[in-house]
Ligand binder design. Structure first.
Ligand code: ARG
Length: 489
């Protein structure tokens, strides 16, 4: 326990020096906001243990904005004087600017809300003491966190869109590249690389839709719910909601302060982003191996070995794959924190922030590193094409050829199975078997079979909606570009 306390205190110490513009330290000596009914100060271990300032300082912009909106609304509703609201708003603007500029570093307080209010009181005096009228830290923290999440979703969407743009560019640049498509990691049927890349575009498109959906439920203002039961002053909850960019107001004050679904939803959506990114990275890692040799990463996005001079490792892709576990872990952590909490606010909920911040940071960081890694990677089209030649990837096409000539597909499947077995035993490809040999498996086979067995023809023949034929892939590209274009408007 002592160790934990020391570590946390030391971590906060990193954020010194502390101070207001006037140079007055903002420390524990300034007293607790809630100290009135207490006869003594908290034990140092308690301060260290329950303080969230070491991480929730990141909410300072949202805290200031929400407080400004609250103060303005209080003045409009006649709860405080206009002059007081103006002094509060100006003071808060100064605090945000000073934190932004690094002139003030939040520390020595219980949390960012306490810190800002205390500093404001030091700077503007009595008017600051009216800011917390008709408000509780419970609706305040929920408001700040929602604003932070709304902003984070906007940023995540920008990043994902940019990532999608890179996928589209790669697909566009390699439109005629043929590669093996896999099932069970066994070569299955030839496909276009562009088709494969666009599969990831679709995954990230769904991720963006999920984030947009989550944003709708996040953009609901809890401000004005008070501690849990609402407030006694004649406030206007819609005024603050509108000013802060919320789309709605929470209609139940108890739910407003207890709900952390929006964070869990976000981290769930981010878990899916990471799952998709991790699958892509896994393929990059495989494709960079000598065994595949499909991809060559740029030196700027690879690393070496301290002992083996020849090594060139896909560390970026591996790290992104590895960091997926962190985001999943945060999701499980958050669900577990919330599962047993009686209504309404409980301090357990303070545990939401580190998970939230780290999940968002991790996803943004991974997207930021993996995108240029992909954009600069060299595609080894020759190796991809060569890999489609061995492994009987055109066997389905031979069965389809027979089925089109009237043989029931199940029978055609059996016939081709025999032909494949024969070819394997003789160390030949299907298209290397002479016509007489092929005819031996089915009299329906004629000279035109060789055209049907050509790898490019196998690709071109898959013209069904969403298939790998170029015309269909072009449609996928067009759809992708229009989605990206629409998002930019
Ligand atoms: N730091 C707290 C949190 O993140 C702020 C809310 C505190 N409210 C309270 N009643 N203690 O949850």
């Amino acid at each position: 326990m002592m160790e934990t306390g020391k570590t946390r205190a030391a971590a906060q110490g990193d954020r010194e020096p502390v101070g207001s513009g006037s140079g007055t330290p903002v420390g524990e000596g300034a007293g607790k906001l809630w100290g009135g009914r207490f006869t003594k100060g908290t034990a140092p271990v308690v301060d260290a243990f329950h303080s969230s300032l070491g991480f929730d300082w990141r909410l300072y912009r949202e805290d200031v904005r929400a407080s400004q909106a609250h103060a303005r609304m209080l003045a409009q509703c006649g709860v405080i004087a206009h002059g007081e609201a103006e002094a509060i708003c100006a003071g808060l603007a100064g605090i945000a600017a000073d934190i932004e500029a690094g002139k003030v570093q939040p520390s020595g307080a219980e949390d960012i809300h306490t810190f800002v209010e205390r500093l404001l009181t030091e700077r503007i005096g009595d008017a600051a003491k009216k800011l917390h009228t008709a408000r509780s830290r419970n609706d305040q923290v929920a408001t700040d966190t929602r604003l932070w999440v709304m902003n984070a979703i906007d940023e995540l969407d920008r990043r994902l869109r940019s990532f999608q743009r890179t996928l589209v560019q790669l697909a566009e640049d390699h439109k005629d590249v043929v590669m093996p498509g896999y099932t069970h990691l066994q070569r299955a049927q030839p496909i276009l690389l562009a088709h494969h890349l666009l599969a990831y575009f679709e995954m990230f498109q769904r991720d963006r839709e999920r984030l947009a959906d989550c944003r709708k439920r996040t953009a609901v203002s809890p401000l004005g719910a008070g501690a849990l039961a609402g407030v006694t002053q004649p406030i206007d909850r819609w005024a603050t909601a509108r000013e802060l960019g919320f789309l709605d107001v929470a209609v139940n004050s108890i739910d407003a302060v207890s709900d952390r679904d929006f964070i869990i939803e976000l981290v769930a959506a981010l878990s899916l982003v990471m799952m998709h990114l991790s699958r892509l990275c896994e393929e990059v890692i495989l494709w960079c191996s000598a065994e595949f040799g499909f991809l060559e990463l740029d030196d700027a996005y690879s690393t070496g070995s301290s002992i083996m001079p020849q090594k060139k490792n896909p560390d970026i892709a591996e790290l992104a794959r590895g960091k997926t576990g962190r985001v999943y872990g945060h999701l499980m952590g958050l669900l577990t924190v919330m599962k047993g909490l009686p209504l309404a606010y409980n301090k357990d909920m303070q545990e939401d922030k580190e998970a939230l911040f780290d999940a968002v940071d991790t996803v943004l960081g991974c997207l930021e590193a993996v995108e240029p890694m992909l954009a600069t990677a060299g595609v080894r089209a020759d190796r991809m094409l060569a890999a489609t030649k061995d492994g009987y990837l055109n066997a389905t096409d031979l069965a389809d050829y027979l089925a089109k000539k009237g043989l029931p597909f199940r029978d055609a499947h059996a016939v081709v199975g025999q032909a494949v077995l024969h070819a394997i035993e003789n160390g030949k490809r299907l298209e290397e078997l002479p016509l007489e040999v092929l005819k031996g498996f089915s009299p329906l086979i004629e000279e035109d079979v060789y055209a049907a067995l050509d790898v490019r023809q196998c690709v071109a023949a898959r013209r069904s909606l969403g298939g790998t034929a170029l015309a269909e892939v072009e449609k996928g590209l067009a759809r992708a570009k229009s989605l990206l274009g629409a998002a930019e408007k």
